[in-house]
Design a protein around this ligand. Structure first.
Ligand SMILES: [Ca+2]
Ligand SMILES: [Ca+2]
Length: 358
């Protein structure tokens, strides 16, 4: 992962964690609940064990601990590290998987607030733990989770890019100069704006840019695909994948033609192939047969490997991600990693308001 990706990932984790905390705290709302009114007096042994990892940068336990202390006043909270034999055994034995882990002993059953939070708990052996998604816990201690921190996160003695868990991370990818990859859904309005911006960008950079278009969709494994805008989008993705194979130097001419009325792609694609002097029958055969599906599999492979789900997304030099819709933004990001090219000095169109991703 690049630093940027880590940043995005961390902020996403933060948002998810916040939602999760609200979810967890939500069990308290609108219910008869009085802080500390539990049956602690009778058991006196209520305990929560928090297991986190010294390698985890996103494992902030403060909020959940605070909420728990409000729910169960007098609760004894113990902290363990996953790197300790005891912490690892507890988390592994209960099959929790993700950190931080919050584990109650069965004394929690005697608490009056138990029924309020029961939905967020899972019972396992003689414990209850907060379901990781409800606790905002996403750190997998058995994986090399950060690929540029110089630390061995999972203790297998392989650090960052040397660990195969990092094989698909951006910072472990080979840098390929002058490369620009665009990831879109063919019927996403913002994706088509990104496609269209490439007309000016390709004109400005010419041979100094190796451009490639990719799609965002899922292979369902049964010969069908799933894409955000439905089967009509899958169909157009396939046709574009066919056009890319047979017309590798001019396929964007076809894409730009479709984009003039992309929601009607099924009706206009044949006139587009004719307009840009492509063999309609050849594309039709490819589209209707297995070949088109196989080509689409190839066109969604990198998106899925990199976990790219937003259209449009960009990748410069095989390693650096950015987002944007207009020629100037594309030029700026491309030139940041490929300085000195003639195209970098050209004045291109700027954003005309409006931005977004599907
Ligand atoms: Ca690491
Ligand atoms: Ca490792």
């Amino acid at each position: 992962m690049t630093k940027e990706t880590i940043k995005i990932k961390k902020s996403t984790v933060k948002i998810i964690a916040l939602v999760a905390i609200v979810f967890f705290a939500g069990f308290l709302l609108g219910r008869e609940y009085s802080p500390g009114s539990g049956a602690l007096g009778t058991s006196g042994q209520l305990e929560m064990t928090v297991v986190t990892s010294k390698n985890c940068d996103t494992c902030d336990t403060t909020r959940i601990v605070e909420i728990t202390e409000k729910l169960f006043s007098g609760i004894k909270i113990k902290e363990l590290e996953y790197e300790s034999a005891q912490g690892k055994k507890l988390v592994d034995d209960l099959g929790i998987g993700l950190l931080p882990a919050y584990i109650f002993n069965t004394a929690v059953e005697n608490e009056s607030n138990f029924t309020n939070i029961k939905g967020a708990l899972k019972e396992e052996e003689n414990y209850y733990y907060i379901i990781p998604a409800a606790a905002g816990a996403f750190y997998d201690p058995t994986k090399e989770s950060e690929c540029a921190d110089g630390k061995d996160d999972d203790g297998d003695k392989l650090i960052d890019c040397d660990d195969e868990d990092c094989a698909n991370s951006l910072e472990c990818r080979e840098e390929i100069p002058k490369k620009l990859d665009l990831f879109v859904m063919s019927m996403c309005p913002y994706g088509t704006m990104a496609d269209n911006a490439m007309e000016e960008v390709l004109d400005a950079f010419g041979k100094d840019m190796v451009f490639e278009l990719h799609f965002i969709a899922d292979d369902q494994g049964d010969g069908t695909f799933r894409s955000l805008h439905g089967q009509k989008e899958v169909d157009e993705d396939i046709r574009q994948a066919c056009v890319m194979k047979y017309y590798p130097d001019t396929y964007m001419d076809y894409v730009w033609c479709i984009n003039k009325d992309y929601t009607k792609a099924a009706d206009i694609w044949e006139s587009c192939t004719k307009n840009v002097s492509m063999d309609t029958e050849k594309i039709k055969t490819c589209f209707e047969g297995d070949e088109g599906k196989e080509l689409l599999r190839g066109r969604i492979k990198l998106s899925n490997e990199l976990g790219i789900s937003a259209s449009p997304s960009w990748l410069v030099n095989n390693r650096f991600k950015f987002s944007g819709l207009d020629p100037t933004t594309i030029q700026k990001n491309f030139c940041q990693h490929n300085p000195g090219l003639a195209g970098c000095d050209k004045k291109l169109s700027e954003a005309r308001g409006g931005s977004g991703q599907c």
